[in-house]
Design a protein around this ligand. Structure first.
Ligand SMILES: [Cu+2]
Length: 269
């Protein structure tokens, strides 16, 4: 082996190791903290294994044919035309596979889109370039904008380096706080142009369209901070309106609500 080849191989091995060392490096889609994201993941895995099975059968037949019916073994090729049984088989099998994929996919979609039976509602209104959250039942509302550190670091010629900012461009001043284990309905709209509200961990995203209300729902099972972004190009600062959802326990949520109410009252006075 030439020295050049050895060097190349070494470089490949080292870079693969570097990839593996990254903690969040993964090949598969992540499983979120909601029932819907799990439903999506489960269906994705099911579809993957169906594809694997199809691949094994198709390549199996192909390689079998290449090896066993090669020219040196069969100098004179078979000359048959039309085979009704075969044609029925290769029509019926794909139809069955498609039905087998369509039924669970439709079930999952209906589950995701069904926003009935919500225990609480949050109204999300998009603005250029921030989010407005309203809790109609609690009487709370506020704007959620890019946090100060990220905003400072993003300026041209800023004295603050982006690498120095934790969760650069993914942090907001006031996160959306929600309780866990509660069926929450989001009503999403916009006050100016089209935006889209997307938190990847929840497994869905919805366009925020002026004059139109889109709905989505979650039941978050694990407390934590879930981040997202606007995913519809909405103008100059499209990249600077992140979403932060803080899922907390019922008690923590209640005390947060009380705090916000007090804050709002002092502001109104
Ligand atoms: Cu936007």
């Amino acid at each position: 082996m030439s020295l050049h080849l050895i060097r190349l191989l070494l470089a490949v091995v080292l870079s693969l190791q570097a990839l593996a060392a990254q903690a969040d490096y993964r090949l598969n889609i992540p499983v979120g903290p909601t029932e819907t994201s799990r439903a999506i993941y489960d269906f994705h895995m099911y579809a993957i294994w169906v594809c694997v099975a199809i691949g094994i059968v198709v390549f199996g037949v192909m390689f079998y044919s290449i090896i066993h019916f090669r020219k040196s073994k069969h100098p004179v090729p078979a000359g048959f035309h039309e085979n009704t049984v075969l044609e029925i088989v290769w029509t019926v099998i794909p139809v069955l596979i498609l039905v087998g994929l369509a039924v669970p996919a439709t079930k999952a979609l209906i589950r995701i889109e069904d926003t009935s039976g919500a225990e609480m509602t949050i109204k999300v209104t998009a603005y250029q370039w921030k989010w407005h959250y309203e809790y109609p039942e609690e009487g709370i509302q506020f704007f959620s904008s890019l946090d100060e550190a990220s905003d400072r670091a993003r300026q041209l010629g800023s004295d603050l380096a982006p690498e120095k900012v934790a969760n650069y461009l993914l942090e907001v001043d006031h996160p959306l706080v929600v309780p866990i284990n509660k069926r929450i309905r989001f009503l999403i709209t916009s006050a100016d142009v089209i935006h889209a509200w997307w938190v990847p961990a929840f497994g869905w995203k919805k366009d925020a369209i002026p004059g139109y209300v889109n709905a989505g729902w979650v039941t978050i099972e694990k407390p934590g901070i879930y981040r997202g972004q606007c995913t519809e190009l909405c103008g100059r600062d499209h990249a600077y309106m992140p979403i932060v959802v803080k899922a907390v326990t019922e008690e923590e949520y209640k005390s947060w609500v009380a705090q916000w109410k007090q804050r709002q009252e002092t502001l109104e006075e």
